[in-house]
Design a protein around this ligand. Structure first.
Ligand SMILES: [Zn+2]
Length: 343
């Protein structure tokens, strides 16, 4: 199992190297493998995680009967950060917000989305996780659907005509479960720009003074090298976004939630397209469904959502680092008990 995965990664790496040499580009590098190089084992594949609680401030997001998406997204995100810090104290966390506010303090949703993406790129995130809640298109609470169940005749003589008979039935908020969104691959050009804006921590650009310059404005964004680099990262980011999203959904399903899987939305999701890193937007449940609203507001429910995402994160990190954890194995934190006879 492990051999197969390593072989697959090597093959992808080989493909990227071929692509690189074919293009004849010389990517800037400081003795480290460039973006096209094979990376079967990254020792610390994830150094910085961006956690993005959806909405905030004047933008409450979707509403349940008694609670709002922005507040639940924040509560779950803070718990996720806590769980990640406990297990991975060396991973740097960057929150787009930690209180009920619009990130960046702007007065429009668009300004908040730009701020989130810029913060993520500036912080050189290795993974971007946005937390949101869903709705089924009807406001929470009772709603009614009118449907035609037959016809009757009214009036007399020439005025006699057929009118529909309506039945009013109570709608049900039946939709429930989770889904995770990744950016659409065919809109990659935008992502490529974000990748070059961000620059790469392991591929620092050296300026004339010889100092590694993390500020990528020193680099010509329109150069063939920049375009090539963006294309190579894009492939890897897409694959990694899809991997993390599918692990998240798998863990939700394993814990008994209804998972609708990994999706790509037709209209763009700004924070996913504008972030130069693997990025996933997780819809953790339907606030329009009161059962799920209760679940998402409960400590137990929030803790379970966080555990599912952490189980996925652990498997994602392990996969990038060359030792994937199969789903069938217990996915709890690694045991602290060491067996000295193994040494
Ligand atoms: Zn949302």
């Amino acid at each position: 199992m492990r051999m197969r995965t390593q072989y697959l990664i090597t093959t992808i790496g080989g493909f990227l190297i071929t692509l690189h040499s074919f293009a004849g580009g010389t990517l800037p590098r400081n003795g480290e493998p460039g973006p096209g190089g094979p990376r079967p084992h990254q020792r610390n594949a994830i150094r910085t995680v961006i956690i993005d609680p959806g909405h905030g401030g004047f933008d409450t997001g979707t509403k349940g009967l008694y609670s709002k998406e922005a507040a639940i997204a924040l509560a779950v995100s803070l718990k996720l950060g806590k769980a990640m810090a406990d297990e991975y104290p060396d991973i740097k966390q960057v929150f787009t917000r930690t209180t009920d506010e619009m990130p960046g303090g702007g007065s429009t949703i668009a300004s908040g989305l730009n701020y989130r993406a810029e913060l993520a790129n500036k912080s050189k995130g290795d993974l971007f996780i946005a937390i949101h809640c869903n709705n089924d298109g009807h406001p929470a609470g009772p709603f009614y659907i009118h449907r035609i169940i037959g016809h009757r005749y009214v009036g007399k003589g020439k005025r006699r005509h057929r009118v529909p008979i309506y039945q009013t039935i109570r709608g049900s908020h039946a939709r429930k479960g989770t889904e995770s969104y990744i950016w659409k691959a065919d809109r990659g050009g935008f992502k490529g720009t974000a990748i070059n804006q961000r620059g790469e921590g392991d591929n620092e650009i050296t300026d004339s003074s010889g100092e590694a310059n993390a500020d990528s404005t020193a680099f010509d964004m329109t150069s063939p090298e920049a375009t090539m680099r963006a294309a190579l990262y894009e492939k890897r980011y897409f694959a990694n976004s899809a991997l993390f999203a599918s692990l998240v959904e798998e863990q939700f399903a394993n814990s008994g939630r209804l998972s609708e899987g990994v999706k790509q939305r037709d209209e763009g999701i700004r924070v996913l397209q504008a972030t130069g890193m693997p990025s996933v937007l997780v819809e953790i449940g339907f606030l329009s469904n009161v059962e799920e609203e209760n679940y998402l507001n409960s400590e137990e429910g929030q803790n379970e959502v966080v555990k599912n995402i952490m189980d996925a994160f652990r498997r994602y990190k392990a996969t990038l680092e060359g030792h994937p954890i199969p789903a069938s194995e217990p996915t709890g934190p690694p045991s602290k008990v060491s067996n000295s006879s193994d040494q």
